[in-house]
Design a protein around this ligand. Sequence first.
Ligand code: DOR
Length: 422
Amino acid sequence: MVGDVHVRNGLIAKVNPEVGLSAPEDSITEIDAAGLTLLPGVIDPQVHFREPGLEHKEDLFTASCACARGGVTSFLEMPNTRPLTTTQAALDDKLQRAAQKCLVNYGFFIGATAEVLPDLLEATPTPGIKIFMGSMHGPLLIDQDALLEKIFAQGDRLIAVHAEDQARISQRRQQFAGITDPAIHSTIQDNQAALNATQLALRLAKQYRRRLHILHMSTAEEAELLRQDKPAWVTAEVTPQHLLLNTSAYEKIGTLAQMNPPLRSPHDNEVLWQALLDGVIDFIATDHAPHTLEEKAQPYPNSPSGMPGVETSLALMLTQAVQGRCTVAQVAHWMSTAVAKAYRIPNKGAIAPGYDADLVLVDLNTYHPVLREELLTKCGWSPFEGWNLTGWAVYTIVGGKIVYERGKLHTDVRGRALSFDA
Ligand code: DOR
């Protein structure tokens, strides 16, 4: 469709399929988007932005600049910061920091610890409870079935799980101790470890009819499980790296390919793609988890797990669309519409009158490589360096304001706190 979109007071006022309609008389800014494609701004539902406490890796300002460049207009951030986001006070602190520094819209998960605090059920606003079933972050680990069940049994807010079986991982870590080739990471934290945890979370979600979201699903086995048995109140996501990278990446980029859950085989890539195309997997998240190059340069297993993603995810997926693997409309659905729906974020995820004017104009006609020197994430590297991509953001618009424009940031723009319907 070719047409004009009018934005007023931060909202989409009119979507008109006719070309050349003159802008309203009082309009302040007009963008000539000839040749560009308009999409709803990306909502990245799983990021680790490191503030407070780990700002040497990333902070809310640098991360949100990277978002703006990547066409990401909203993000949902995880609780493994320092202090951990496990209380209303810690959540309020993040919201205040974000209000001061964030160029895009923001929401923050509340983290579950062994001591089930009342704030877990009451803190607001939050998209939900984050549970690390494995791949521990200090006290943010729920690896006892009884405790997990207790959390599922109380309250009704969404539970998002990092599904890896910690007991199996610990046992295999001992079994393979002493190996410093980072490729062993995918063997230690194997497909079975992911499947065990996803099976357990799914069982509890069914037993308690509890809204469950499976974060960064990584294996063929989990995808097949959900294909056969996925209640309406369960959702799942996949990352671009679990679709596009596999264990062959260790040879090329070593520990930069190390993340949790780990990269898998080409077969897993294929099955995850099919599950996404078939709607078994609902949407895409990056799990943006920056670490410095110095940290990553430590020999495995001292090298930390995680890789950045917000700056490259949209272009990676749109390149797949242009190359015929999916459609541009599917990318918009997976990276915006379906996320807003699952997390019940009002007024986002569509280009329609009354919706928030969070938009991205992308160029699907030219290719440009991922270059280290252009990255805005503080960690300063990407596992996709050298990949030649199309669909880069040319304009990113947050609440009707241009935050990124042809390579330049408008750092005076501020996003807003997201809200979540009950
Ligand atoms: O690889 C990862 N790193 N996976 C996660 O889920 C957390 C993350 C981090 O915070 O570094």
